[in-house]
Design a protein. Sequence first.
Length: 206
Amino acid sequence: MMILSALVVAAALTSPVEDYFPLTPGTKWTYEDANGLQTIDEVGKPMDVGKGVMATPKLSTTSGHSAGSELYRVDADMIILVGHFNAAARQPLTLMDLPQPVLKVDNGKAEWQYQGELATSLGPVLLQVNGDSSKGPKRKILDSEVDTLNVHVVSRIGNDAQRIEVRDDAVYGKGIGLCELTEVTKAQGQTVKKVLKLVKFEPHQG
């Protein structure tokens, strides 16, 4: 009975959003684009980002070169981005003044908005984000039949005169995470499309 009670408590403490955005250290994903270029994401160990606040890094590597780490936290029914760093490039930890929601999960359709600043080489620029998620059909992802989540995010960067718009249409698999991503970027009259697909998933061991 005590073991059953402990399992019930543990389940209650786990947010549904973690089913679609695992942050367990050692979890690894390999994605491939239309040109065969592979990117590997791996969850690291949680770290103290100050004042006793813990966040979990996810390191991205493309063709063996580090693209840096992004730091995430679970906040109720949301995953929020709190900062980033790149140890390989000796870029120090940078925390966001206002953490950014990147995924929200609810029983029905979930929506979120964000307005803050995006750090660039030319200084901070305005960032506005509108996102939503809703349950999709069961799908076969790699070798598993899983529940899915359809996620749409539109990000607008900069002012009206020189604004960049990025639209992300993604599929997340329960117990797996991001499975497919189609990203369309519009800037200065040009449109660039990028597609990523999950080709390998390695859950944490232990």
